[in-house]
Design a protein around this ligand. Structure first.
Ligand SMILES: [Zn+2]
Length: 431
């Protein structure tokens, strides 16, 4: 856990355990950032195989994590074999891992967060840092329960109730579901219209209405934004609506409005997902000194081999990846990024990359050990299993705030790996 000072796991009346804010949490705060303890292989559709993978991972957990997993809710208790029991708990609690492929995972704390249709937290898998994050959608008061929404789309009260009961076996009693009859119907009408507008806008974007009837399209988005705001403050659907509006006006040459809508969309996404979830640049961060070809390479994020003597671009994540993006020893993963040209081209030249991390702390007892922080703010230990156990480095080169550089670093799976630390980097050089 990176930071658990915002919440505590407490009993919540009628809901079992839940996460409760122990201090006021400001809108946009990253409340939780957590690695999975169990994760399904991406794109594996076969349930029997998924059950086996999950059972293997549960058996490999250290006792306290295994106990925590087994104490989670299971809405499929009639299943009798151990494998099916694990699968029941997994299905009841798993959260989606959204990175283009279908996968899901168990997180010790994120999976404890209860549902509310008018949730105050936004859950998201952040594929850049390979962690699940929850951000405050609005200010959360001390003592408030932190909630996320288990449903994929906005729907009316009856449909929500039915889906939650069918899939998660509980009756929702959130603010939205407990509204007095007339207000409840009003809220349902808004959600139905938001859903209908979603259809009109996406069909319009797909079939050219943004050019043939741009004003009508903009009216649809305007109405949707108004309905979101009537529904409650800071709805998580707003960034997409602003992005739709940006596309409509930019397609019609209106860059002034396009910029404002695009900035509102990005600002909303940052609030929901943090600034490390997407590549963040300011509108004026455009390189001005590049020649035309080099400018196009920058624009399309093409990998271009460096010429000799040319300074490396430290922001290039394929040359300077974070720890979680390093290739695995002996594995074929991500080799497309780690080679020149196309992955299946037999003439592709291997290329080099460099793992950089800041020395946060170090100690020199039996051997040199460092606490590092990488470009994704991920913390990891570095142990020197060299002949001189790290003594080959001059003492003045070992300093907090200095940078460690590891050329062509790879993940290596050690047999003594802790589950929360999947690998280590092999060779280490310089400062
Ligand atoms: Zn509800």
């Amino acid at each position: 856990m990176d930071d658990n000072s915002f919440y505590a796991i407490r009993d919540v009346p009628g809901k079992g355990k839940g996460l409760v804010a122990v201090q006021k949490i400001k809108k946009g705060t990253r409340i939780l950032c957590e690695e999975p303890i169990i994760i399904t292989p991406q794109g594996e559709p076969e349930i029997p195989r998924l059950r086996v993978t999950v059972a293997q991972q549960v058996d490999a957990l250290e006792p306290s994590l295994r106990q925590a997993f087994l104490s989670m809710r299971n809405i499929y208790p009639h299943e009798n074999s151990v494998e099916k029991l694990y699968w029941g708990i997994f299905q009841t609690n798993a959260l989606p891992v959204e990175n283009g492929e279908i996968a899901s995972a168990i997180f010790i704390e994120a999976c404890r967060i209860n549902h509310a249709c008018d949730r105050n937290g936004q859950k998201r898998w952040n594929d850049n840092i390979k962690k699940h994050t929850v951000h405050a959608l609005r200010d959360i008061e001390k003592g408030d329960e932190i909630t996320i929404c288990y449903l994929g789309v906005d729907m009316g009260r009856d449909s929500r109730m039915k889906t939650l009961e069918d899939k998660f076996a509980f009756v929702c009693s959130c603010r939205l579901c407990s509204l007095p009859a007339e207000e409840g119907r009003e809220s349902d009408r808004r959600l139905d219209r938001i859903y209908q507008l979603d259809g009109l806008i996406s069909r319009g974007l797909a079939f050219g209405a943004l050019l043939s009837s741009p004003l009508q399209m903009l009216r649809y988005v305007d109405e949707q934004v108004r309905l979101y705001n009537e529904q409650g403050p800071d709805d998580s659907g707003l960034p997409q609506a602003f992005f739709d509006a940006a596309q409509i006006v930019i397609a019609n040459g209106d860059l002034a409005r396009g910029r404002i809508f695009a900035e509102r969309a990005v600002s909303g996404w940052r609030t929901n997902s943090g600034s490390d979830c997407k590549e963040n640049t300011a509108v004026d961060e455009v390189p001005s000194e590049l020649e035309k070809g080099a400018f196009e390479d920058w624009l399309w994020k093409r990998f271009v081999p460096q010429r000799e003597g040319q300074p490396a671009d430290l922001r290039n994540r394929s040359s300077f990846p974070g720890f979680s993006d390093l290739p695995t020893d002996g594995g074929a993963d991500r080799m497309d990024i780690f080679q020149d040209g196309v992955a299946d081209d037999p003439h592709a030249r291997p290329r080099h990359w460099c793992f950089l991390a800041e020395i946060v702390d170090y100690s020199l007892l039996l051997r040199l050990e460092m606490e590092l922080k990488d470009v994704n703010e991920e913390m990891l230990p570095l142990f020197f299993y060299t002949e001189a156990r790290g003594n080959e480095l001059a003492p003045e080169d070992i300093c907090r705030g200095y940078t460690v550089a590891v050329l062509d670093a790879r993940h290596h799976k050690f047999r003594w790996d802790r589950p929360d630390f999947p690998g280590a980097v092999a060779e280490a050089t310089g400062n």
